[in-house]
Design a protein around this ligand. Structure first.
Ligand code: NAP
Length: 509
């Protein structure tokens, strides 16, 4: 429960205070768009980096690139930063931005409805109702944990928690623990658990491809250079960016280019695992890149440990004391860790956003699949912008790059609305349709469609509605300027007097 009370009107309402919401707030402020609020249901900034505190949590994109271009951090300790460092970075950037006075923590947006007559969003929250000219979602695609639909899972009598809701109070020392899932989260958790638990069962449905993690501490000299010669840090960032971009043709056009990565992954297995049976179990039967490529030097050695079992038999049910597989074997455990991912293709926030005619975005997407224009705006949902919307995700590079691209696009949209006094804008239906038809055409033949795996990139219709299928610099170019000709616009805008926040000039001394 929060002690904040919300009412009145704001020009811009941002939902979520992760990388996306914070970037939006900082840039709105920079543009002089000071009449905004950021609603955050948690009690701190950070989003997914605040929530994912499991042991071993770290970023698998180098921090030099996985950080804001406008807030370089010379103090990264390692090439792939651990979660606490990333969370501290986000907190520091937020503090230094001077925008935190417009963040409302502990507030959940319940519902947002487009008011056709008033041309604004009516938003209800658990701290009161307000209206907003634009609604900007920074809720993210990896915020709502997905629990597996396994018979009896609720009946387990021991402790159980999702990877994104880690319970630090549970002492795992010497315990019998099971981890369900072998995705990006699980492969970071497993080696850490293996160090302390008595016995660990890892339940694998599909083997992931895991390449070595070329991690290292930055030297004192490098950090000195980052601090005093910002050009050096920019050079690192640029080199990492282009190195990552090299994956794109392998994923989208020329599978043979992925052969070196696949060889690296096979070498990673061969180095750590000698047992042929285990080797066979961990070797994927689909093309590398079809699912997210994982990086770890510690995962395979952990699986090869005597007190760790990789279980590949299908889980039949969970009992109060353990997990039963399809062959009837019950493995008893004390603690169950569920590392089964997030709601990605059915973004939960979409069910709370109602556009023209009152239809929720969730309903629209349930009918036709998740789709937007440039991953940011949606026909039928005027003045709604979504950061990390459909087809903006990446399998190879930094989401912060994509977020900054979208933030630039939204800023330009807002500047256009101000300049031309538009009350409302939404992408034209035909433009959005063509845009998505082109995206889906480009998906054909990519490793995500033809790589021989099922993944969370694909929705129930088998359409890839999560990933961007081109180079990230193409997305950057497409979002560099707001293309008003692709939009239906309404105007002129009526000026508001009942605002909730004040510009610095308006705040009494
Ligand atoms: P995930 O990649 O979706 O993996 C979920 C795992 O759970 C998969 O192995 C999946 O198997 C398994 N699973 C799901 N339902 C199951 C069921 N009913 N029975 C048995 N197994 C089941 O989730 P995640 O590992 O949390 O990662 C999600 C995303 O978060 C990543 O792709 C990445 O984008 C991000 N992430 C990033 C980092 C980072 O370092 N930057 C770290 C962690 C996570 P199948 O493969 O068979 O579906």
């Amino acid at each position: 429960m929060t002690d904040t009370t919300l009412s009145g009107h704001v020009d811009h309402l941002v939902v979520g205070a992760g990388f996306a919401g914070l970037a939006m707030a900082i840039k709105l402020d920079e543009d002089g768009e000071r009449d905004f609020l950021v609603l955050e249901k948690g009690h701190d900034v950070g989003g997914t980096w605040r929530d994912n505190t499991y042991p071993g949590a770290a970023c698998d994109v180098p921090s030099q690139l996985y950080s804001y271009s406008f807030a370089p951090n010379p103090e990264w300790s390692m090439s792939f930063s651990p979660q606490p460092e990333i969370q501290s970075y986000i907190q520091r950037v937020a503090q230094e931005s001077g925008t935190l006075d417009r963040f409302r923590f502990g507030v959940t947006m319940l519902d947002a409805r487009w008011d056709e007559r008033a041309q604004h969003w009516q938003v209800s929250t658990d701290a009161g109702d307000l209206t907003a000219t634009t609604l900007i979602s920074g809720a993210g695609g990896l915020s709502e944990p997905r629990l597996p639909d396994i018979e009896g899972i609720g009946s387990f009598a021991g402790q159980t928690f999702h990877s994104a809701r880690w319970d630090d109070d549970v002492d795992l020392t010497g315990k019998r623990v099971a981890v369900i899932g072998t995705g990006a989260s699980a492969i970071q958790i497993v080696p850490e658990l293996a160090k302390v638990v008595g016995h660990l069962d890892v339940y694998q449905r599909t083997a992931p491809w895991v390449i070595p993690r070329n991690d290292r501490h930055y030297t004192a000299l490098e950090r000195f250079a980052f601090r005093h010669l910002p050009g050096i840090q920019r050079l690192y960032r640029t080199a990492i960016y282009w190195g990552r971009e090299c994956y794109v043709p392998a994923f989208t056009k020329e599978p043979r280019l992925a052969a070196p990565a696949q060889a690296l992954a096979l070498g990673n297995i061969a180095r750590a695992i000698k047992d042929p049976e285990l080797k066979a179990k961990v070797t994927p039967d689909y093309r590398i890149g079809c699912k997210r490529i994982l990086i770890s030097n510690a995962y395979y050695p952990a699986l090869a440990s005597d007190h760790v079992d990789l279980v590949t038999d299908r889980i039949a049910r969970v009992t109060p004391t353990g997990i039963v597989t399809a062959d009837g074997t019950e493995r008893e455990i004390d603690v169950l860790v569920v590392a089964t991912g997030f709601h990605t293709t059915d973004q939960p926030i979409s069910h709370h956003i109602h556009g023209r005619g009152g239809r929720s975005l969730g309903e629209t997407w349930a009918r036709n699949g998740m789709a937007a224009y440039k991953g940011t705006t949606v026909h039928g949902y005027p003045n709604f912008f979504q950061i990390v919307g459909p087809n903006v995700g990446l399998g190879h590079s930094s989401m912060v790059f994509m977020i900054e691209s979208q933030v630039a696009y939204i800023r330009d949209a807002i500047a256009t609305m101000r300049r031309d006094r538009y009350a409302a804008l939404e992408p034209r239906a035909d433009v959005q349709e063509r845009y998505n038809a082109d995206l889906q055409d480009r998906m054909e033949g990519t490793v995500w469609s033809a790589g021989g795996c099922a993944s969370w990139y694909l929705d129930d219709h088998g359409r890839n509605t999560t990933l961007w299928p081109r180079a990230t610099f193409t997305f950057r170019r497409q979002t560099s300027a707001f293309d008003v000709q692709a939009y239906d616009v309404e105007g002129p805008r009526t000026d508001r007097t009942d605002r909730t926040t004040q510009t610095p000039e308006e705040i009494p001394a």
